[in-house]
Design a protein around this ligand. Sequence first.
Ligand SMILES: [Zn+2]
Length: 412
Amino acid sequence: MHTNGHHTWFTLLAATLLGACSCPPQPSPDPATNLRDVTAEGWQPADLDTAMSLLAGRDSHAWEDHGRPLRVPRHPAEKYLADWVIVLDPGHGGKADVAGYKRGPTGVREAEMNLRVAKLLRRLLEDAGAEVLLTREGETSAAANDRLKDTHRRRAEIANNARRPNGGIGADLFISLHHNAAGKPTANYPSIWFHGEADWSEVALDAARAVGHRIGAELRNSGTGITSVLMSDQQMYRNGFAVLRHARVPAILLESSFFTHPQEEQRLRDGLHNLREAYAIYLGLVEYAYGGRPTQSTPTVERTDGRMAITTVLDDGLPGWWGSDRQRVLSSTMTVTCDGRRLAVTFDAASKTLTARGDGFSPTADEHVVSIHHANLYKHHNWPQRYRVKVAADGRIDVRPWHPPHAGEIRR
Ligand SMILES: [Zn+2]
């Protein structure tokens, strides 16, 4: 069943050529096109049997509808991306002269498709009010050049050091844009990569899930669903991908499709296909932003009766919508640890205050790592999740957000 408007056009054209009438266009007999415009003259609702008939005889190849119209409307919820700082990293660049380097079967270069997707995605995100930085504007930059040994660290540092509109430092999200390669030419599915253990990358996973599912649904490649869309970079390398490992902000790496798939390679040359992909990523990011990003006040750490007391006010990351007077942080997700030891917590829903007490634990002059964890009703996790707590000799306690350097790096 085709859902295009050719039938209606043909009818109109024929009527015009025959010098026919001023009669209104007839409703299309195609039930799917009939859904198009309820304000059109002669529109009739389809009945249930008509809808059921669309479900009869569906074949799995219909999924790969690469020729369907491309539409890129602004999502009304894109406003939740306003003022985000997003760093886009078009993968590779700088090795155009290296024979066979990151090229498809007919020589299409991954570096070029990555850059086109990045530029289109930047436009979509900027239209939504986000601030977007690219790690390269052309084939290479001072940071993004595969001939540089430390290019991955340099790319990540653009996100780590990004200046925020409010004066803070660090991007909201770092997204490295790639396309995949496999020995098997039929392979073609999206995968979104996070760093290390899932436990270290909860916020990245929130974004990855939304973006990954959207890429699958919008690019419609045959392998969608063949395996997990979420992958740890340690499935590839012991220490993961350097570009993710060096990031101190939530970071994901997209392998949206395979340039080694002969048809996909040709599609990836096409700016409109690149836009389809950029739009899918945009939709995923809108949906992620819509679900909010929980955070909390910088915790106060006190010594009370010789025990450690940690207090913080939770923020579910959501606007003051209808229902915002209800608890939107899930109690089961509230945990506080100190140096890996879980503390007993109490939550006061009225003041949104989470208090943790360390039985038998006294602050010393040492440095401690306190982790605070919670998730809202969209299962979106809080950021930051860790604080470094230093107790000075005079008893003053210094608390600041902390991201472990090379989190999860495996050392022998
Ligand atoms: Zn790549």
